[in-house]
Design a protein around this ligand. Structure first.
Ligand code: HEM
Length: 251
């Protein structure tokens, strides 16, 4: 294994007389919670979303499902239920993974919850999402959106895991942030759909002949795509522009 650039376990060598002592780079100051003010709102938003999204599926009765359940294939509803419960688990794990205090103080917890996120998330969330997406009753556009979203989430998650195994931690963080952004697509979708309904409501007569249901279905496809594309763009902006600027300021 290569030795890290600064190895604090070895006594510092005495510099030869007449030369200035070599400076070790200053350790970054510990992250205090008020420097990451988003963690509490994110946790509250996640909890509120789960309290809204999960209860209809606890009865295991297709009649209670928020999504219309197609008659065929017969495994659609079981796969959707697995997806919803798995989704609840990974939503909670994302909070643990992005919580700076936990990451720095308890790295072992970060590693284990990360393993659960990947190894339970892929079979319980990603695979069922790929399976149910082509059978959703919200139309072809929503089906395509769901399929691409599920495939991207699975790919980003696998890439994040592979990078961690190869100890390429900068790349690991980037892929995992993309994966986390896509997890929030589902919660963002609910907010966005309502927002689009409010914005376009004045056009319900001219565009949809006064049929509010048709307008809602139509907007479902737009909010479906936007709900994972916008969080992904936000993460790309943060990785490309925000983070390098903050690092430069710290230096
Ligand atoms: C990680 C990325 C995720 C992807 C790619 C994904 C994809 C999908 C797809 C394709 C559907 C079916 C839509 C349809 O048939 O029209 C769906 C439904 C659903 N997903 Fe996810 N999902 C993800 C994360 C989550 C998470 C984290 C939760 C949290 C509980 C969740 C909860 C649900 C629920 C509750 C439904 C049924 C719709 C409803 O009751 O409103 N999903 N998801």
């Amino acid at each position: 294994m290569t030795r890290p650039a600064t190895d604090s376990s070895r006594p510092a060598a005495t510099p030869p007389a007449g030369t200035a002592p070599r400076r070790t780079p200053a350790k970054p100051p510990p992250v205090r919670w008020w420097e990451r003010p988003w963690i509490l709102p994110l946790a509250l938003f996640s909890a509120a979303f789960l309290l809204f999204a999960v209860p209809p599926y606890l009865s295991l009765d297709p009649a209670d499902s928020r999504l219309p359940v197609p008659e065929s294939p017969s495994w659609y509803f079981p796969a959707l239920v697995v997806h919803v419960f798995g989704g609840a688990l990974i939503t909670l794990l994302v909070i643990l993974q992005v919580w700076p205090w936990l990451r720095t103080r308890h790295p072992a917890v970060h590693r284990w919850s990360g393993r659960v996120y990947v190894l339970a998330g892929l079979p319980l969330v990603g695979v069922p999402a790929v399976l149910v997406a082509p059978f959703g009753e919200a139309g072809a556009s929503a089906q395509i959106s769901g399929l691409v979203w599920a495939a991207l989430w699975s790919a980003f998650t696998v890439l994040g895991y592979v990078m961690a195994r190869r100890r390429r931690f900068a790349a690991h963080r980037e892929w995992m942030l993309r994966s986390f952004a896509l997890v929030y697509g589902i919660a963002f979708n609910r907010v966005l759909h309502v927002l689009l309904l409010v914005i376009t409501a004045p056009r319900v007569d001219t565009v949809h002949g006064g049929d509010f249901e048709a307008m809602s279905l139509d907007l479902g496809a737009a909010s479906g795509f936007l709900s994972w594309i916008l969080p992904l763009l936000f993460v790309e902006w943060w990785l490309q522009y925000r983070k390098p600027r903050r690092r430069a300021r710290q230096r």
